[in-house]
Design a protein around this ligand. Structure first.
Ligand code: SAM
Length: 287
């Protein structure tokens, strides 16, 4: 049974990490003209009004996107953060306002990907939760975006290989079931056999139980190469504190230049996210 709803967590530090990474990767992909198929296997609602009861309950955006939003003028000099924050400002207009000084809504991965789409590209969004899919279906999305109510991991494998020369996939599960770490690893290994040059981003939570190692080891032992790992931690893991202490992203086949751009941007935002916030970027498996 699916119970996770991203609206409770929209705009938190993990979303900032995930969406900045996604935004950076797609920015590099756009430097070439050839068409791209994007697949978002776990799309969520697409856009999250932060005044909604779900978001107000934990107000996680206050420790995440809101911290960057408050400092947007100072951060504008950084090419990645500057562009990302300009689009975040545009998302506030999408929410129906003329100009907004406050962060009223936070956009999810379908929105960030839609903003990168050119006429030659296509985007397929999968969402399995019926209620979450209904929200997604209610979003205004460009005509080259398709949303599917279904399983994103199975759907991804069914769609490979794609018709376009390039592929970019975001896999962002809720990991409600412990078996999801291994399922994601198996899916990625199968997907890479069908689309060797695809750029694949996988998000994972850093929790004291350390289950993400099943995913990381699964990919390494499966023989996959060229995996760059980016981890943003708010504190050191401890057995006393429950909950997510960090956010992890794997980028398989990262575009050249990503590492430098992302590490620079993440270093800039570390002090905004907390006194012990640290970002580490490194090759998990080199070429
Ligand atoms: N990617 C979104 C973003 O960045 O805005 C957030 C996604 S949220 C972490 C995970 C979503 O995956 C939830 O909305 C959940 O309902 C959905 N989900 C869970 N299992 C799924 C599956 N097998 N296929 C597709 N969606 C699934």
């Amino acid at each position: 049974m699916l119970s996770y709803q991203h609206a409770y967590h929209a705009g938190n530090f993990a979303d900032v990490h995930k969406h900045l990474t996604l935004f950076a990767v797609t920015g590099f992909l756009l430097r070439k003209a050839s068409p791209i198929t994007y697949i978002d296997t776990h799309a969520g609602r697409g856009l999250y009004p932060l005044s909604a009861a779900e978001s107000q309950k934990l107000q996680e955006h206050r420790q995440g996107a809101e911290r960057l939003w408050q400092e947007r003028q100072a951060l504008a000099a950084d090419p990645l953060l500057g562009d990302w924050l300009s689009l975040l400002a545009e998302a506030q207009l999408t929410a129906g306002k003329q100009a907004s000084l406050t962060l009223d809504c936070y956009p999810g991965s379908p929105w960030w990907l839609s903003r990168r789409l050119r006429a030659v590209d296509r985007l397929t969004l999968f969402e399995l939760h019926p209620g979450e899919h209904e929200h997604l279906a209610g979003q205004r999305l460009p005509s080259n975006v398709k949303h599917i109510h279904g399983d994103g991991l199975k759907g991804l494998l069914q769609r490979l290989p794609v018709a376009t020369p390039r592929l970019c996939v975001l896999i962002d599960p809720s990991y409600e079931r412990k078996s999801e770490y291994a399922e994601v690893a198996e899916t990625v290994l199968s997907a890479m056999r069908k689309a060797r040059h695809g750029v694949v981003l996988v998000w994972y939570p850093l929790l004291p139980a350390g289950r993400h190692s099943e995913l990381l080891e699964g990919l390494r032992s499966g023989g996959l190469r060229k995996i760059w790992r980016s981890e943003l931690t708010l504190r050191e893991p401890s057995s006393e504190e429950r909950g997510m202490y960090g956010s992890g992203m794997l980028v398989i086949n990262p575009p050249w230049g990503l590492e430098e751009q992302l590490v620079t941007a993440m270093k800039r935002i570390e002090p905004l996210l907390g006194p012990d916030a640290r970002h580490r970027g490194e090759w998990w498996v080199a070429e």
